[in-house]
Design a protein around this ligand. Structure first.
Ligand code: NAI
Length: 328
């Protein structure tokens, strides 16, 4: 029995993500929470003839409490998306408070749940979530994840186009670091099976993976950022967590995690210095069972990218932590 909650379920990401969760054989109960329209989305999805029971909640009548109680996994895509000219960091002021309040609810009503943060800027909202959970003495690093899977999905798609691979899912590409611009580091040299990227195409490919979100923001021209591709990526990640929880072996996806309290993180922490970083994570019944330190295998070109990423992450992480420790 798995109860999944989507907070921000009526949004551009929330609706298709809820649809995918409703179709998943791993989910038996699906609770949709939002400040608007969640009962409507829930009524609509509830007619689909899969086993998950769907309910919708608004803030009134203890909606957050009722949505979260008994949850095994909480996915948070609540908040405002980017418009052209905005960076993910520009979203901080509004989304920081939204994530703080929702994770406070998780700490109170679903302290054992896996928590998957999609709301941007992920580099800072995950540290916010960690600080809130610490404040309530329920922080378990194995269960808190920043969802960076869209970077992996884009790396597969864009790299496949460059090397002429017709099935992008065949490429296993570790993407590490953070989840914005040049904090995103695709380790293309570690792609399995190995790919040969022409030297004159490498910079452009890396930039496209790092800034792929801007293509969508510009194409939507003021009407939002990636929603459908993000829903698929968020679902892929949520299912990986649920497969691990169900005892399936060898389930690995990169995720932005706290570098302490998970097997393998102390080595990574020593290398990068920052408190949060995205690395390939293996999932088990308790959440993150092992973090893989593949950073020493990066080539010199990628090591330079890693340095830029780490420099950017210091400030992003501090900004998130500060928001809870010394509230504005
Ligand atoms: P949207 O505006 O379409 O949907 C957001 C939803 O959150 C709305 O339904 C809104 O009512 C709801 N919401 C606002 N405050 C809330 C609260 N306090 N409690 C519950 N729900 C609340 O935005 P969209 O496009 O779905 O994006 C959502 C977030 O995901 C944004 O922060 C965006 O930047 C981020 N995002 C993250 C990606 C990633 O790779 N991690 C990729 C793309 C977007």
């Amino acid at each position: 029995m798995v109860k999944a909650v989507v907070a921000g379920a009526a949004g551009g990401i929330g609706q298709p993500l809820s649809l995918l969760l409703k179709l998943s054989p791993y989910v038996t109960e699906l609770a949709l929470y939002d400040v608007v329209n969640s009962p409507g989305v829930a009524a609509d999805l509830s007619h689909i003839s899969t086993k998950a029971k769907v309910t919708g909640y608004l803030p009134k009548d203890d909606g957050l409490k009722n949505a979260l109680t008994g949850a095994n996994i909480v996915v948070i895509p609540a908040g405002i998306p980017r418009k052209p000219g905005m960076t993910r960091d520009d979203l901080f002021k509004i989304n920081a408070g939204i994530v703080r309040d929702l994770v406070t609810g998780v700490a109170q009503y679903a302290p054992d749940a896996f928590v998957l943060i999609i709301s941007n800027p992920v580099n800072s909202t995950v540290p916010i979530a960690a600080e809130v959970l610490k404040k309530h003495n329920v922080f378990n690093p194995k269960k808190l994840f920043g969802v960076t899977t869209l970077d992996v999905v884009r790396a597969q798609t864009f790299t496949a186009a460059v090397v002429g691979e017709s099935d992008p899912t065949k490429l296993n590409i570790p993407v590490v670091g953070g989840h914005s611009g040049d904090t995103i580091v695709p380790l293309l040299s570690l792609t399995k099976p190995k790919v040969e990227i022409p030297a004159d195409k490498l910079d452009d490919l890396v930039k496209r993976i790092q800034f792929g979100g801007d293509e969508v923001v510009q194409a939507k021209d003021g009407l939002g950022s990636a929603t459908l591709s993000m829903a698929q990526a968020g679902f892929r990640f949520a299912e990986a967590v649920l497969k691990g929880a169900a005892g399936e072996k060898g389930i690995i996806e990169p995720a932005y995690i706290y570098l302490d309290g998970i097997d393998g993180t102390s080595d990574i922490k020593r290398e990068v210095g920052v408190a949060f970083f995205s690395v390939p994570v293996e999932f088990g019944p308790e959440g993150a069972a092992k973090a893989y330190n593949i950073l020493p295998e990066a080539n010199d070109y990628e090591k330079k990218l890693l340095k830029v990423s780490i420099d950017g992450l210091y400030g992003n992480i501090a900004k998130g932590e500060e928001f809870i420790v010394n509230p504005p």
